[in-house]
Design a protein around this ligand. Structure first.
Ligand code: TXA
Ligand code: MG
Length: 308
């Protein structure tokens, strides 16, 4: 059931979470399927509801700094600088795991992904539960992440808190801070340039570092039901995303990468609703500002038959 985030509904959702239930909560990036991160049964329910492989760890969401000590071990100097510069906000840090956190949250790894979201409703909910909340994106495995309450499959959770459209619209940037050099595991709401300016260090590429890759990286991901094909220019009659014009089943996308990111999943969702078989997407520029959008489009357009 989609509910407005009134104090009564937040209290109801918090009670549900404390009893091990699942609640869909808005964040500034995408909607998340939240569970009490300290409850192993609740965590198990998240994997089941999403159809998510059990080797793909979850992100733990906190609302205040003291909570960090209950989920992660000591922070490196770089992790400290990054968290201070970008929290609350769309940045997830991979940190040493606190031994008290159940192993299911991190898929058995000794590292944990943590973020402090900036969405008012997410923060209020975490405060009300007074426990860290594990929350993957509120979609079935491999599918599109929801950026509006009405995109969420109502079968995922009994309570869906409506926080309006997500302002960032792409998942958080994930940075592994457990090694000598921080590594970008997933581009997202915060760009590499912003990270480097904020932390005063260069951020490595996970793809070239080999060893420390994110277990949850698949070649195909973030995909609508329709097949996605990248093209240089939309021809007349092709349904899809254009920089130039709108029309029947053609959505005109913003030329600014941030605005494009915020609009992308909603646009793909709408074309899915229109039941187009193929969504043609005009290739965005090959510049650093577009890294996150290009990442999602590359994965969304990866053929379904070759999944890893
Ligand atoms: O914006 C977001 O991050 C959203 C909202 C709800 O906060 N959440 C989200 O969660 O995108 P999810 O589960 O869809 O993506 C989590 C990503 C995966 O790529 C996963 O592999 C990575 O974080 N991850 C989690 N724990 C990790 C760890 N210990 N080491 C490396 N990568 C990790
Ligand atoms: Mg996801």
């Amino acid at each position: 059931m989609i509910l407005p985030p009134t104090p009564e509904n937040l209290a109801k959702a918090a009670m549900f979470l404390r009893r091990g239930g699942l609640v869909v909560m808005p964040t500034e990036t995408v909607y998340g399927l939240a569970a009490d991160a300290t409850n192993p049964e609740a965590i198990h329910r998240v994997y089941m509801a999403k159809g998510r492989p059990s080797d793909n760890p979850l992100i733990v969401h906190i609302a205040y700094w003291d909570q960090l000590e209950t989920v992660a071990g000591r922070l490196s100097a770089v992790a400290k600088r990054l968290s201070e510069a970008f929290w609350p906000g769309p940045l997830t840090l991979v940190l040493p795991k606190h031994p008290g956190l159940p192993p299911g949250v991190t898929a058995g790894l000794d590292t944990v992904a943590v973020r402090m979201p900036s969405h008012r409703v997410a923060l209020s909910l975490i405060e009300e539960v007074d426990r860290p909340l594990a929350a993957p994106s509120a979609n079935r495995f491999m599918g599109l992440s929801p950026t509006r309450a009405e995109h969420v499959d109502p079968l995922l959770a009994e309570i869906i808190l409506d926080g309006g459209p997500c302002q960032v619209g792409l998942e958080s940037t994930v940075v592994d801070c457990t090694g000598d050099q921080p590594l970008l595991l997933r581009p997202g709401g915060i760009t590499r340039g912003e990270l480097e300016a904020g932390a005063g260090v260069s951020i490595g590429h996970a793809a070239t570092a080999g060893r420390r890759r994110s277990p949850g990286l698949y070649a195909r991901h973030y995909a609508p039901r329709a097949r996605v094909e990248l093209v240089d220019l939309l021809e007349p009659g092709m349904p899809g995303l254009s920089f130039e014009e709108s029309g029947e089943k053609v959505i005109k996308m913003p030329e600014d990468p941030r605005a494009y990111g915020a609009a992308l999943y909603d646009a793909l969702w709408r074309l899915d609703e229109a039941e187009v078989g193929v969504i043609y997407v005009e290739r965005p520029p090959d510049t650093p500002d577009w890294e996150a959008v290009r990442d999602r489009l590359t994965k969304a357009s990866h053929p379904a038959s070759d999944e890893r």
